[in-house]
Ligand binder design. Structure first.
Ligand code: TMP
Ligand code: MG
Length: 207
């Protein structure tokens, strides 16, 4: 029987280095013989993703609840494919997931419990790497971009909301360190986790 892949989620505020670190992690896992793919949410290529992209680029406006549900739908529509990949042995490194959904919408003022509901039942991550960076440090990296949520005041609230969502699957990574050191910390964390989960026998993913 094929051992299933791991569902590794990477979260953090904008400018925390998530995308670079996700790419590095995928490359490193592949080099060490693990069938691995990168997944990114929002997936801007699908129908829901195009609406989300337009909203983020401030080309269209949507009610806060409606955009929250679209982000969730954007994950749900990927679940069947992702669960098939995991069950056939592919490890997935996921750049943002439901935690971003809840953290951003609740930072905008929506009720936290309401925000959690649409994502209930999504595949449960095996491990969540939270790339932690203060907003001052994030701004030192050349400032935020032009998208709707890339604003100091909102990002401060988002970081605060993220910390409310942590459970024992979360590992905090100090993202203020050099790129290489962050990469090393992530790799050490994943190696440790893989050893432990192989020893314990990986349990089925909740779906
Ligand atoms: P990105 O910069 O990683 O492409 O993400 C786009 C923005 O969307 C980012 O500011 C975080 C936000 N976001 C949500 O508000 N809800 C979500 O569910 C996700 C995945 C991202
Ligand atoms: Mg962004």
């Amino acid at each position: 029987m094929v051992q299933r892949g791991l569902l590794i989620v990477v979260e953090g505020c904008d400018r925390s280095g998530k995308s670079t670190q996700c790419e590095n992690l995928v490359a490193k896992l592949q080099q060490t013989g693990n069938d691995t793919e990168l997944v990114k949410f929002p997936d801007r290529t699908t129908q829901t993703g195009k609406m989300i992209d337009s909203y983020l680029q401030q080309k269209s406006d949507l009610d806060d609840h409606a955009i929250h549900l679209l982000f969730s739908a954007n994950r749900w529509e990927a679940m069947k494919t992702l669960s098939e990949k995991l069950s056939t042995g592919t490890t997935l490194v996921v750049d943002r997931y439901a935690f971003s959904g809840v953290a951003f919408s609740s930072a905008k003022g929506l009720d936290l419990e309401w925000c959690r509901n649409p994502d209930i039942g999504l595949l449960t991550p095996d491990i969540v790497l939270f790339l932690d960076l203060t907003i001052d440090e994030a701004e030192k990296r050349g400032g935020f971009g032009q998208e709707r949520y890339e604003k100091r005041d909102l990002q401060i609230k988002v970081r605060d909301e993220f910390t409310k969502l942590q459970d024992d699957t979360w590992k905090f990574i100090d993202a203020s360190q050099s790129k290489d050191q962050v990469q090393q910390d992530i790799w050490d964390t994943i190696k440790q986790f893989k050893q432990k989960s192989t020893k314990d026998g990986i349990q089925p993913l909740q779906f």
